[in-house]
Design a protein around this ligand. Structure first.
Ligand code: GLN
Ligand code: ZN
Length: 741
């Protein structure tokens, strides 16, 4: 007996990034709006074809977008922020849509925020008392009509973002969630009526807000919403994903009008909730057992889970087999990867393969389907690193005086965050080298010349701790992944980060170690250090960031992978130290974003994240000054972990904030060195010296101990031009010197 198969979202960027190309051509005025729409339609139709061909029974349709579904619904519900109102009527609806996404003239774009714990980012609608929702969803109805005509209404699951999730994701000013939700309900009712008239199989109402801890307090809101939506009488699939729905489970699965509830069994602990509270009869359980966020084939695991689910709910509850989430988080097709060997390929599963996996799980008797990952090892089974490998040999206060002596006891030492401008010439020769068009000698010569120039500039400017400039790195994770065993780099494994920006995360597929135990960064360090008597910072990407910006393995815990990367970096730190390095920066900009959705699981994550970092860094002598860098300066949730890293210095972005964060650090008793960025690297404006002096004075007054302050710009110098960088840094050094004096 085959179970029903359902999808709840598919990649929308095109197998060859067609959407990106079309968008950029349209924005660059190379193609017309009709061409853009045609490119988008083509992707939409191909996606439908693929899912029909795979035999999916109900296909999620509706999250197809040219930029971001949240932006789509912002416009479709008339939630246009006031600053965009004057644009209405001066441009096409589509251009209005893009102006929310990208800004136009001096009208700034909507903010972007992380979509739950994924690497996708959605736009943030802005809602205040003046917002008057109105329907503007003809484009959506057109899309659903097209799907109905093409594949038949009985196969169409019309995907929409639910009202509570929309409002929860919005930035609200002067209005409450309930007030806005209540304004929206009549519109949702109208929308559901229109969808009912089109004869769709079900409306897939995405309510990922249910996975948040705060959902437990939203029971009455959810009940009010669904009681009213139920009056329409269209089948509703209540879709949740990325985690279990926790305390909301007992009432959420019973919400009125809901004919199916889709739950993620691959993250969190949905299985325990199901076993504890059961599942109401008379509605379908959408079992998200095929991991929609993993690139690994997990048919065996999914099939075992399905058996457990079936055994729990018994024969009277219909169960459908589904990916645990939208497949937008995985690339299109592993068959596009011509360089991956067959045995590895057979274990991988991208969106197209996931469709087959869902079908395989649904077709076999539960528990019997085979393929891919068999067991997923848990955090608890991971061997902890020994204490002597995660502790420095001396406490901070003792090692600091040694470090400062090495660094010449400069007050307010100046430095930068690592990269210097990535010049077109450097990019060009790197590309040629990759294609085999220039020899490694020639490439290294170019890298070395760049490094020498970079050091010369920094010496000339009078900076205190120099960097080599990272000319050999196109990406801070890729560079290391390519020099370690266990990482696979795909050719077409793109996933959407936001709008037209896609990333190609490496896939961790085996145990991680430096390839041939060869140093990864020492050669460039030596080239740099040979050019100067000033200290040059070694520059590494941290274990947690490498892990969080990759697709992890599914057969071993992430914790174990973090430790493996930690051990590899530990060897690198030891090699840098042996080469004479006395300051090493280990960047961890992704530490905070790896926080699990449920605060109850933060401690476990931060525990292994901190250990992985310490594994990397504590190998060195007390004289070595260890720096870490975060692009963020939001510490509320991670303060203890930041302290526990036991880095000698933290560098943070701070130019766009006041002294609040610095004061917070003081209040929290953070007593290691701090380097707050004093100017915004993302702006082409050269910061004048007097402005920079004000910033330094502000830092001095924040309460941070004077002796512990370093002066740096924000991160991202690689995105600027040399002349801008030189002028800005000259002012930074001048400002610092006059304050020292
Ligand atoms: N060292 C890196 C650089 O300066 C840090 C990158 C980052 O801040 N994300 O480019
Ligand atoms: Zn940064």
């Amino acid at each position: 007996m085959t179970l029903k198969t359902v999808t709840i979202g598919y990649p929308r960027i095109g197998p060859n990034r067609e959407m990106k190309k079309a968008l950029e051509d349209y924005w660059g005025k190379k193609i017309k709006q009709d061409d853009l729409v045609a490119a988008s339609d083509k992707i939409f139709e191909n996606n439908l074809d693929e899912q029909v061909k795979a035999g999916i029974d109900i296909i999620g349709v509706g999250h197809h977008t040219m930029y971001d579904p949240m932006a789509d619904w912002t416009l479709r519900f008339g939630l246009l922020a006031p600053r965009f109102q004057p644009l209405v009527g001066t441009m096409s609806r589509l251009d209005l849509f893009f102006s929310m996404a990208r800004g136009v003239g001096d009208v700034t774009a909507l903010d972007m925020t992380k979509w739950y714990d994924t690497n996708y980012h959605n736009l943030v609608p802005e809602i205040d008392p003046s917002t008057t929702p109105k329907k503007d969803w003809a484009d959506y109805i057109e899309m659903i009509k097209k799907a109905v005509a093409k594949i038949g209404g009985d196969k169409v699951g019309a995907e929409i973002i639910g009202p509570i999730t929309v409002v929860d994701k919005a930035s609200l000013k002067g209005v409450t969630l309930d007030q806005v939700v209540d304004k929206l309900i009549p519109l949702y009712i109208d929308l559901l009526k229109e969808l009912k008239a089109l004869g769709v199989a079900e409306v897939q109402i995405n309510e990922p807000a249910l996975i948040l801890d705060k959902a437990k307090d939203l029971r009455s809101t959810y009940e009010r919403v669904f009681t009213q939506l139920a009056t329409v009488g269209v089948p509703i699939n209540l879709i949740t994903f990325y985690d279990d729905i926790g305390e909301a489970y007992p009432w959420a699965v019973k919400l009125p009008g809901v004919t199916a509830v889709s739950l993620d069994f691959t993250r969190g602990d949905t299985m325990s909730l199901l076993k504890k509270h059961g599942f109401p009869q008379g509605r379908r359980l959408g079992a998200g057992v095929v991991d929609g966020r993993s690139v690994w084939k997990d048919v065996s695991l999914a099939s075992k889970m399905l058996k457990e689910i079936k055994d729990t709910v018994g024969p009277n509850v219909e169960v459908s087999v589904q990916p645990s989430s939208s497949l937008q988080h995985v690339p299109y097709d592993v068959e596009n990867e011509t360089k991956v060997d067959a045995s590895l390929k057979a274990r991988l599963s991208f969106a197209r393969q996931k469709l087959q996996d869902v079908k395989a799980v649904a077709t076999a008797a539960p528990g019997t389907a085979k393929g891919g990952v068999e067991f997923a090892v848990q955090d608890a089974d991971v061997k902890e690193p020994p204490a002597d490998m995660i502790n420095r040999s001396k406490p901070f206060t003792e090692r600091r005086s040694l470090q400062m002596a090495t660094l010449g006891n400069v007050k307010l030492p100046t430095s930068t965050i690592g990269s210097f401008p990535q010049t077109p010439a450097m990019r060009k020769i790197r590309l040629k080298y990759r294609k085999g068009e220039v020899s490694s000698e020639e490439y290294q010569r170019a890298v070395d010349q760049y490094i020498a120039y970079c050091i010369g500039v920094q010496e000339g400017l009078g900076l205190d701790v120099l960097v080599h400039g990272e000319p050999e790195r196109s990406d801070m994770v890729e560079y290391f992944g390519e020099r370690m065993d266990g990482f696979l780099f795909t050719q077409l494994g793109w996933v959407q980060s936001y709008g037209s920006r896609y990333v190609r995360p490496p896939i961790i597929h085996g145990d991680v170690a430096r390839t041939g135990n060869q140093p990864m960064t020492v050669r460039e360090f030596i080239v740099a250090q040979d050019c100067t008597t000033k200290p040059v910072k070694g520059m590494l990407t941290g274990p947690v960031t490498i892990l969080n910006w990759s697709f992890p393995r599914k057969d071993i815990a992430r914790k174990e992978q973090a430790f493996q990367i930690g051990y590899a970096l530990r060897d690198e730190v030891a090699d840098l130290e042996a080469a004479g390095c006395c300051v090493i920066q280990v960047d961890e900009p992704a530490l905070r974003e790896g926080l699990p959705i449920k605060p109850a699981r933060w401690a476990a994550y931060l525990d292994w994240a901190v250990k992985a970092f310490r594994l990397s860094t504590t190998v060195c002598k007390p004289e070595l000054h260890v720096v870490t860098h975060f692009c963020y300066s939001e510490f509320e949730d991670v303060m203890q972990a930041i302290k526990d890293l036991d880095a000698d210095q933290i560098t943070i972005e701070n130019s766009r904030s006041d002294d609040a964060v610095l004061k917070y650090l003081v209040e929290q008793g953070y007593d290691h060195d701090v380097a707050p960025g004093i100017y915004d690297v993302h702006s082409p404006v050269i910061p004048p010296t007097d402005k920079l002096m004000e910033r330094v004075e502000m830092i001095k007054k924040s309460g941070l101990e004077f002796d512990r302050i370093w002066i740096v710009p924000d991160c991202g110098l690689k995105t600027r031009k040399w002349d801008e960088v030189i002028e800005s840094l000259r002012n930074l050094v001048t400002a610092t010197k006059s304050i020292r004096g």
